[in-house]
Design a protein around this ligand. Structure first.
Ligand SMILES: [Zn+2]
Length: 249
C-alpha cells in the first residue's frame, strides 16, 4: 500500500472508529474474559479450563502462579482477524494465539468447529508460562498438543491428525531435531505431531522417561541450564529410539 493510501486508511480508521464491544466481561479465578458472546454459551468449556490448570499441575508436578490470563473471544474468524491485525499484528494469519507478557498472559480465539481444541491448546501455553520462566518451543507445542485433547482421550496414542494408518510407517523426528528448532515458523503440522508423540512417550512411556521430564522441568526454575531431554533420555534409556518406536507400535 502506498504511503498516501496508508494515511488514508489510517484516517478512515480514525473516523469510522474501531470500537470493540464486548458482550460479556467477567473474571473467573485467574481468567479475565472479554467475550463477543455470552459466556454462558460456553459454560462447560469455562469449567473445563479450571480443570485444565489442575491437570497440568498434577501431570507435570508444577504449580501455576496466579498471574492473570486475559482471554479474548470473538464471534467469528472475520472479527478475530480484524482485531488481531489492528492490535497484535505479529499474530496475523493464525487461528488462535497466546501472547506472553510480563504481567499478564493473553489468549485470543474465535468460535468455530475446533474452538474448544484451540482454547485448550492456547490456555495450556498460558498456564505453562504461568508455571515456568520459559518453556522450550518443542516442549511448549508438544504439551499444548497433548492437553488440547479432552482429558479422557489424552492417553490415547494416536489422534485424528495421524490419519487412518495411525503412526505406523511414519517417520517421527528424533528429539534432537525438534530441540534444534527455535522459531515457530519451523513448526508445521508434522512438527506439532512429532512433538506431541515425544510428550506422550515422556508421560506414558517407561518410568525413566517420565523421570527425565521431571528433572528437566524442575531444573528450569533454578536458572541452571537443563540438560537437553534428548541427551538425558539417552543416558537413562540407552535404547531410547527402540523404546520410542515400540511405544507407538
Ligand atoms: Zn501452540
Amino acid at each position: 500500500m502506498s504511503r498516501v493510501l496508508t494515511l488514508l486508511a489510517v484516517g478512515l480508521w480514525a473516523t469510522t472508529g474501531w470500537s470493540q464491544n464486548w458482550v460479556d466481561e467477567k473474571t473467573i479465578g485467574i481468567y479475565v474474559f472479554h467475550s463477543e458472546f455470552p459466556l454462558r454459551d460456553i459454560e462447560p468449556l469455562v469449567v473445563e479450563l479450571g480443570e485444565l490448570q489442575k491437570d497440568i499441575e498434577s501431570t507435570l508436578d508444577l504449580t501455576c502462579s496466579d498471574r492473570k490470563i486475559e482471554v479474548h473471544l470473538f464471534s467469528s474468524g472475520w472479527r478475530f482477524n480484524r482485531y488481531i491485525q489492528a492490535n497484535v499484528p505479529d499474530g496475523a494469519g493464525r487461528r488462535a494465539l497466546f501472547v506472553a507478557g510480563a504481567n499478564v498472559g493473553k489468549v485470543y480465539a474465535y468460535r468455530h468447529r475446533d474452538f474448544e481444541t484451540d482454547m485448550r491448546h492456547e490456555m495450556t501455553h498460558a498456564l505453562l508460562h504461568n508455571a515456568l520462566p520459559y518453556v522450550p518451543l518443542w516442549l511448549d507445542e508438544g504439551l499444548a498438543e497433548y492437553f488440547e485433547v479432552p482429558a479422557p482421550l489424552r492417553a490415547e496414542k494416536r489422534t485424528r491428525q495421524d490419519g487412518l494408518g495411525g503412526l505406523l510407517n511414519q517417520r517421527i523426528a528424533p528429539l534432537a531435531e525438534l530441540e534444534a528448532k527455535r522459531k515457530l515458523s519451523e513448526f508445521a503440522g508434522k512438527e506439532y505431531r512429532d512433538a506431541r508423540c515425544w510428550v506422550h512417550f515422556l508421560l506414558h512411556g517407561p518410568p525413566e522417561s517420565h523421570a527425565a521430564l521431571e528433572e528437566f522441568l524442575t531444573t528450569i526454575p533454578t536458572g541452571r541450564e537443563p540438560t537437553p531431554l534428548s541427551v538425558s533420555l539417552q543416558r537413562r534409556l540407552p535404547d531410547v529410539e527402540e523404546r520410542f518406536q515400540k511405544h507407538f507400535r
